[in-house]
Write a new protein. Structure first.
Length: 306
């Protein structure tokens, strides 16, 4: 008989870190591991993380659940899932995109929409007509209103100010603090492999400048709020969902952005309401294990046994 402890292991696998929750009959514990690399196959990375946790704590993994950033269609096949379960030493494995688990964490199985806005952004609507994803198409093709979008707008505004094409803004000084020679900044940025996170880091500066009353920053924040509300409204319409909208992610720390998001939402849907999240992403990962088969999100999950 195995001396290992039976456990459920849930992994919320983002690009900045993997949050791991281990649940046994006696206890619940959490750990943080390095994030997934989306330029490499992600399932092997989940397997390594699960094995590491299982060996460290002498676990017998009965259920392995993961919400994964960068999950591709090729990794959701029955063979790929069965291989994950075997390599992780798990009896059963279930996975989903992190947009799905973010929704389950925030809203549970209730209908509505969840807007998750950090460096990128994705909106998921769930209703009688099924589930609909809106945006989340990356910084080159989408992510409207995201941290990257805010940061890029800040850089554009700073260069417009520098050229004399646009209004004066405190954002110019913020950008100059990073690149003293503004006319060299674009070359340095384009050559930096961390350029996406660098651009997104300016989102916090836009929020600070907006709080201080900078008109250009406030305009950027309000436009972002409008774009995020547009995504939420689109998701609600596509699935005929209850107009309950949950917002999660660092972008919504800006009061000006939140206020404009709510204003734009209610202007089109007077019955809409912004609701607090019921939980966090790792809660949604755990919820995958017992998600009802007839729930609209069930087709967006994949599972297999070893």
């Amino acid at each position: 008989m195995s001396s290992r402890t039976a456990a459920v292991v849930a992994i919320d696998a983002g690009q900045t870190g993997m949050k791991v929750r281990v649940r046994t009959d006696q206890s619940v514990g959490e750990a943080l591991l390095p994030g997934v690399r989306t330029d490499q196959p992600v399932l092997p990375q989940i397997s390594v993380a699960a094995r590491q946790i299982a060996d460290e704590f002498e676990l017998d993994i009965r259920h392995l659940a993961a919400g994964i950033s960068g999950l591709t269609d090729g990794e959701t096949t029955p063979d790929a899932l069965a291989a994950l379960a075997r390599s992780a030493g798990a009896a059963h494995a279930v996975i989903a995109h992190d947009a799905t688990t973010s929704y389950l964490g925030a809203r549970g199985i209730a209908h509505g929409a969840v807007v998750a806005a950090g460096t990128g952004v994705v909106t998921l609507g769930v209703g009688p007509s099924g589930a609909a994803r809106v945006d989340g198409w990356g910084y080159l093709m989408g992510d409207a209103g995201s941290g990257f979008w805010l940061g890029r707008e800040a850089l554009v505004a700073a260069m417009r100010d520098h050229d004399g094409r646009g209004a004066a803004t405190a954002l110019t000084g913020v950008v100059r603090d990073r690149w003293p020679d503004l006319e060299q900044a674009y070359i340095d940025l384009q050559a930096d492999p961390a350029r996406v996170s660098i651009v997104a880091s300016f989102a916090a500066e836009v929020a600070r400048a907006g709080d201080a009353g900078d008109a250009v920053a406030l305009d950027i924040l309000r436009r972002a709020g409008d774009l995020l509300a547009e995504s939420a409204l689109t998701a609600l319409r596509r699935v005929d969902a209850e107009p309950a909208v949950c917002t999660i992610g660092g972008v919504f720390r800006s009061e000006a952005l939140r206020d404009e998001f709510t204003r734009a939402l209610v202007a089109e849907r007077p019955d809409a309401r912004v609701v607090e999240p019921a939980g966090i992403g790792i809660d949604g990962v755990e919820a995958l294990i017992d998600l009802p088969a007839d729930h609209p999100l069930a087709p967006l999950t994949w599972s297999a046994r070893a």
